[in-house]
Design a protein around this ligand. Structure first.
Ligand SMILES: NC(=O)c1ccc[n+]([C@@H]2O[C@H](COP(=O)([O-])OP(=O)(O)OC[C@H]3O[C@@H](n4cnc5c(N)ncnc54)[C@H](OP(=O)(O)O)[C@@H]3O)[C@@H](O)[C@H]2O)c1
Length: 101
């Protein structure tokens, strides 16, 4: 199974990645991250794709991800760090663009 993961450098995403790496049924993990993901280093099934603008996805990237069977979207921000209005728009703005792509 090929899965996509975002937010892998964060608290939630790192925990998800730890579990994905241990799952034999997951054969490929495409990690979209704006910076390197140390936990993925040395794991053949994990590929870190450096991606800086999560509101845009070019065709080459979409082609690379097209056979993925699922996505864990752990990109986000702590609700304690921002206003309620910003928090409610933050995750949806990024993930809805990914969904459209
Ligand atoms: N922690 C909890 O107990 C908890 C509980 C329920 C729900 N959640 C939700 O789960 C999500 C993740 O929480 P978390 O605690 O794991 O947060 P976190 O530790 O702050 O991690 C956030 C992750 O999102 C990435 N990120 C944030 N803004 C980005 C942007 N503009 N472009 C690219 N990457 C971006 C960060 O990348 P960088 O490392 O590059 O900054 C990091 O990988 C949030 O939406 C949070 O509200 C968390």
């Amino acid at each position: 199974m090929h899965l996509i993961l975002t937010g892998a450098t964060g608290l939630v995403g790192a925990s998800v990645l730890h579990n994905m790496l241990a799952q034999e049924s997951i054969s490929r993990i495409s990690i979209l991250s704006r910076r390197p993901v140390k936990m993925a280093e040395g794991h053949d099934k994990a590929k870190v794709i450096i991606h800086t603008d999560f509101k845009k996805y070019d065709q080459a990237l979409l082609d690379e991800l097209k056979d993925a069977q699922g996505c864990v979207w752990a990109l986000g921000i702590s609700q304690n760090a921002v206003s309620k209005e910003y928090f409610s728009s933050y995750g949806s703005a990024h993930s809805s663009q990914a969904h459209i792509a």
